[in-house]
Design a protein around this ligand. Sequence first.
Ligand code: AMP
Length: 530
Amino acid sequence: MADKAKFQAIKGVRDILPPESALWNSGEQTAREVFGTFGFAEIRLPIFEQTELFARSVGLDTDIVSKEMYTFEDHGHRDIEFARKFALNTERYLKPGYPFGMERFLQAVDAFVDAVEGAFSGDKSLESRANKEALLEIKQATSQMWPLVTPDGAVTNEDAFRSFAIRIVFRLQSFHFENLLTLRPEATASVVRAYIEHGMQVQPGNVKLYYMGPMFRRERPQKGRYRQFYQIGAEVLGTSDAPGIDAEVIEMLMTLFERLKLKGTILNINSIGDKNCRPAYVEKLRAEFEKVREQLGADSQRRIETNPLRVLDSKLEHEQAIIEKLPRIGENLCDDCRAHYAEVKRQLDLRGIRYQENWRLVRGLDYYMRTTFEITAPGLGSQNAVCGGGRYDGLVELLGGPAATKGIGFAIGTDRLILSLQEAGEGAAAGGPAGKAGGPDVYLAWFGAAAQTAAIGLAKRLRDAGFVVELPAVEMKFGKSLGLADRLRARHAVIVGDDELAAGIVTVKRLSDGAQQKLAEPGLMLYLRA
Ligand code: AMP
């Protein structure tokens, strides 16, 4: 007999089961509440975007883009690809002496034009300037070629026909499909894309958005590191880069962690300069690394070329002494960046927020500048960063938006946040809906058809009043039914049988101590509430 396939979640992804999911919900709900009080509103983003969006924003030299993205081809354009191949194939009809009519080439090209125009309306990524120009030229050529075709399919001026055809073939070949899509590895690029796409810069003041949801990176899975993981993030976009914004964003984060009773967090901050001062610093670093290249590990050696700042992230034991002797960004900031950083720190002080300066905190993604920060939490082992963030003033312009736009944001790793709360025994114990995971308020045991009808009505009224009610779907023997109530860890069993129905009451049994009483419905409500 053939083995039945046993399905398992794939490596690096996982299910979040009850009761843990309740902790997730309450964590996310608290984030909504806290962020709301700071004037942030939720943006719901697509899970996949054009690959190019991430390639351009996250940066080609980052690990994410070079090896961690889940990228796939969108087969939505198969019809166009097919029409193009078909048209190119019919080029043979143009050869002198070919037994079929030359107009077949034209028909195939028209079919291609139809396919492209159909796709244009639905897919902006196809509508690049080059594609539009190519399409226009193809259409102009065909409109001049059709009059050369006689009703019986012959062509009156074959040379002219062929020279138009050559141009068409060239354009067909140059037509470009940008149909690579990627599961989002992070959401800042999407927020910025949406900000630009919807012209949000016209909104008064700063645009303050938060998001939550899954992200995808093909990393080596370990505790606190998954291939599908979750983030709760927020972004501030607008014309101001006032350090008070940086400090308030951090204050919002710390408020959330405090509200969630996440203890032992450490806030690390740094400034990594901007496009005026960072390039010179990076060159300095590169020169220093060249001197010690042979002593560095393979990853770091590669990063000397691609992204020297990332070497500062290294956790390799033997690289630490080398890194400690390197020139520090703090001593290489331009005056503007230095002043900005000093003011961020003063603004944090004003808010009573404690921080550690960490000159090696550079963040993995290319688009960060000036303020960077990271928050670590206990109980997470080596993957102890629960949140990362920073300023990214050039990103909006990089993605085609208004040049003056500034941005700052952060992303909390929800998996790690929950893990840290669990390690500390917090969260579920801190109340909220997670408490309900303990078991239903009421197990509604009914006996007999008439009692079932009454129980269905009572269950509805109890649920409307906010109680968690378990109503057995089939009739059970008394002992079995009450046994199930115990195993479900219900707080009360409410019993409806013929006697109760006749008397217009129910029997309530408190399962912790077996205390039992008979109550009419208003009394039951009061009793359960107490
Ligand atoms: P990043 O977008 O890389 O700045 O990451 C922000 C936060 O997301 C980190 O501080 C982590 O808490 C979390 N994070 C990033 N990658 C992963 C992953 N593979 N698994 C779980 N959490 C992650």
